[in-house]
Write a protein that binds this ligand. Structure first.
Ligand SMILES: Cc1ncc(COP(=O)(O)O)c(C=O)c1O
Length: 374
C-alpha cells in the first residue's frame, strides 16, 4: 500500500494549548512566566545557566558574533563549510573575516584537535551535526587564548564525555526551529557560559540598551550602550517550547524508536556496496535528531532519493557546502576543501519525526529493500 512519508513533521505536545492559554491570560506577552520556566528547565536539565531565548539560532549566532566582535575585533572566525548559511552570515554581518574548515568524512563534523592548529588563538565555531557532538578534545586549552562559540542548533541533549553540547564554548547557540526535536515554530537560544559576557548579552538582546538595569531597579533611565538588536520572542513561544520540554521524555522515546528502527534495519544485512553509516566515538551520545547514510557515489545517493520519492518516502540531502556556493565564490571563500566537496553529495538523510508509526516504518523498510534488492 502506498503511503506518503514526510521527511519531517514538527513534534506535538498535549500541553501546548493549555500553556499558550495560560500565557494569553496573563495579557503580558513578552518575557513572562514561560520564559522563566524554559530557562530554569534548561539550567537544571542541560547545564545551560545563563540563557536568553531568541527568535532563532540565527539570532543567537548573530548575538554571539556581536559579543565576540566587541571583545575581539581583530580575530578571525573559523567554521565548517558544511553548515547552514546562518553560521557564516552571523560573523560576516558582524564584520569578521571568516575561513572555512574541512570535515571528517565519517561524521561530517570538524576534527576539533586538527582544526585548533589552524585556528590558533582566533575564534572557532564548531557545528554539532545531526544531533551528535563534535569531539571537543582540548577545548579548555583552546579557550585560554582562543574564543569558542558552539553552533549547537541541532544539539540539545547530545553529550560528549557526559558533558552537554552547548556547555563547552564561551557561548553557544541552539535552535527551536520546527525542524528540531523541540520547537517553537521559529525560535532559538543563546547560552552564555562565561558569566562576564552575560550582562553585555542582555544589553545587545535589548536593542543595545541597558534596560535590564531599569527592570531590575538598578537605574531609573536606560540608555544606548551596545550595538544591539531585537532578539526576543513573545512569551507564547516560550509556552510552546516549555510544553515540549516537559514532554521531552515522550518525544524522545518516539524519536528513539525511529533511530533504533533504522539502526536495526541497516545492521541486518551488508549494504557496503551502496553506503556506509557514519561513525562516532564511544564517548559521543546523540539526541535522536537524525539518521543519515553515506553513499559510495553521488549517483547512488541521487538515485536513491529519486526512487524513494517516487514511492512517497521523502529522503533529503544534507547541507549544500557554503565555501563553493554562489555567495562563497562571490566572497572569494572557495578554497578547496577535499572531504566537504567529495562527501556532501553522498549523504542522504532519512525521514525522521515523531509521527512515524509502525506501519510507516514497515513501509519505509519495504521501499528501501525494493531499492537495494537484497
Ligand atoms: C547548524 C545550524 N546552524 C544554524 C541554523 C539556523 O537555525 P534557525 O532556523 O533556528 O535560525 C541551522 C538550521 O537548521 C543549523 O542547522
Amino acid at each position: 500500500m502506498y503511503r506518503k512519508i514526510n521527511f519531517h513533521e514538527p513534534s506535538e505536545s498535549s500541553k501546548i494549548k493549555k500553556y499558550v492559554n495560560q500565557s494569553l491570560n496573563t495579557n503580558y506577552y513578552s518575557e513572562g512566566i514561560f520564559d522563566y520556566k524554559v530557562k530554569k528547565y534548561l539550567a537544571s536539565n542541560y547545564g545551560l545557566k545563563n540563557t536568553l531565548i531568541t527568535h532563532s539560532a540565527t539570532g543567537a549566532l548573530e548575538l554571539s558574533a556581536l559579543i565576540a566582535k566587541s571583545s575581539f575585533p581583530n580575530k578571525k572566525v573559523f567554521l565548517p563549510s558544511y553548515t547552514f548559511s546562518s553560521t557564516a552570515n552571523a560573523f560576516i554581518r558582524a564584520g569578521f573575516k571568516i575561513q572555512f574548515l574541512d570535515i571528517v568524512k565519517e561524521n561530517f563534523m570538524i576534527d576539533f584537535k586538527e582544526s585548533v592548529k589552524k585556528v590558533q588563538n582566533n575564534i572557532l565555531v564548531p557545528v554539532h551535526y545531526a544531533g551528535f557532538p563534535v569531539e571537543m578534545h582540548g577545548y579548555r586549552d583552546f579557550k585560554k587564548e582562543g574564543f569558542l562559540i558552539e553552533d549547537a542548533a541541532q544539539g540539545l541533549g547530545a553529550t560528549w564525555k557526559n558533558k552537554n553540547v552547548g556547555t563547552f564554548g564561551n557561548l553557544s547557540a541552539f535552535s527551536f526551529h520546527y525542524t528540531k526535536n523541540i520547537h517553537g515554530g521559529f525560535a532559538g537560544l543563546i547560552s552564555v557560559n562565561e558569566k562576564k559576557y552575560f550582562e553585555q548579552a542582555k544589553f545587545i538582546y535589548e536593542r543595545g540598551t541597558d534596560r535590564t538595569k531599569v527592570v531590575s531597579g538598578l537605574k531609573n533611565r536606560y540608555q544606548w550602550v551596545e550595538i544591539g538588536s531585537s532578539f526576543q520572542v513573545p512569551d507564547i513561544l516560550a509556552a510552546i517550547i516549555y510544553a515540549q520540554l516537559e514532554d521531552y521524555e515522550v518525544i524522545n522515546k518516539k524519536r528513539k524508536k525511529v533511530y533504533e528502527f533504522y539502526s536495526n534495519l541497516f545492521s541486518s544485512k551488508d549494504y557496503s556496496s551502496f553506503f556506509t553509516l557514519p561513525k562516532y566515538s564511544i564517548q559521543s551520545r546523540h539526541n535522536n535528531h537524525a539518521f543519515f547514510l553515506i553513499f559510495n557515489t553521488d549517483k547512488q545517493a541521487s538515485n536513491f532519493i529519486e526512487f524513494t520519492k517516487s514511492k512517497g518516502v521523502n529522503c533529503y540531502i544534507g547541507y549544500v557546502p557554503l565555501h563553493n556556493s554562489k555567495m562563497g565564490k562571490r566572497l572569494g571563500l572557495d578554497k578547496r576543501l577535499n572531504n566537504t566537496e567529495t562527501y556532501a553529495k553522498k549523504i542522504v538523510r532519512l525521514p525522521f519525526h515523531t509521527n512515524l508509526i509502525k506501519e510507516d516504518l514497515n513501509y519505509i523498510s519495504e521501499v528501501f529493500e525494493s531499492y537495494f534488492k537484497l
